[in-house]
Ligand binder design. Structure first.
Ligand SMILES: [Zn+2]
Length: 264
């Protein structure tokens, strides 16, 4: 598969019109029985969370039913995340025994600017320890009202990477979903072969951070989740130097693999 060679110093690939993508996401969700809750609004753009429950009474503590949280679009120069959300919602193939929470675009204004940060230059994915940004304060308030999740999957891209890779946080040593995700994604997208990715040891596209995250001065969403909401979390990184369709395929394939396994 040919790399595009477009990204010099930053992401310079395809962009999306988020003012069109967001209504498309919402339409697909509502048409397929999801509920939507707006937890923040800025610049005329809604930050919404979608939910879909296994049972009509919306119980989240049913034996055999797993709670899964998905999020995308916290970096406005990573269009594959919201596009993967759109495709997952349009295709509407979810295991029956899952309760699902999905924040499909956490930084809509960033997409209007094609910037990683929001319109005030804040990297929202460093805001989960001492949040300043109103959208992350609102997101944390919303998260606090939700139950614990059995699995969290966060959709990202990396404009510098040589292939798909992921971070696994699995402090209790539960059945890892990392290798099956990599195996499945390798059918549709190159995997980053490097033994050091983003300065961290990696093996076959898998990074398993082993530092004390509480001591870190800035927390991404994944740190907040593993400390407060879940015991198993994956951050997916699609390689931005490949076509956007390949990156969407990679993210969709990884999510499908993870939710398929967690539901069994
Ligand atoms: Zn990102």
């Amino acid at each position: 598969m040919q790399r595009l060679g477009k990204n010099v110093g930053r992401y310079l690939g395809d962009t999306i019109d988020i003012r069109q993508t967001l209504p498309d996401i919402l339409d697909a969700a509502l048409k397929n029985g999801w509920a939507s809750q707006t937890f923040h609004e800025s610049n005329g753009l809604e930050h919404f969370a979608l939910t879909r429950f296994a049972s009509e009474d919306e119980a989240f503590d049913i034996p055999g039913v797993k709670n899964v949280y998905l999020s995308a679009g916290i970096h406005g120069d990573e269009p594959a995340g919201p596009l993967a959300a759109l495709r997952l919602l349009q295709e509407n193939q979810w295991p029956e025994n899952l309760n699902l929470w999905f924040c499909p675009c956490m930084n809509p204004v960033g997409f209007t600017l094609n910037t990683r940060e929001n319109d005030r230059g804040i990297d929202l994915n460093r805001e989960y320890k001492n949040p300043v940004a109103a959208e992350i304060k609102a997101h944390i308030d919303w998260l606090e009202q939700q139950p614990k999740f059995d699995l969290c999957v966060l959709l990202h891209e990396d404009w510098e990477s040589h292939g798909f890779y992921l971070y696994e946080q699995n402090p209790e040593g539960r059945r890892s979903l990392a290798e099956p995700m990599i195996e499945a994604v390798s059918q549709v997208c190159p995997i980053d072969p490097n033994e050091i990715i983003e300065g961290r040891p990696a093996q076959n596209g898998i990074i398993r951070p082993n530092f004390d995250i509480k001591s870190r001065p800035q927390w991404p969403e994944a740190f907040y989740l593993i400390l407060n909401k879940t015991r198993q979390s994956y951050t997916l990184e699609a390689p931005s130097d490949y076509p956007v369709s390949t990156r969407v395929d990679a993210l969709v394939t990884a999510v499908r693999t993870a939710i398929g396994l967690i539901s069994k």
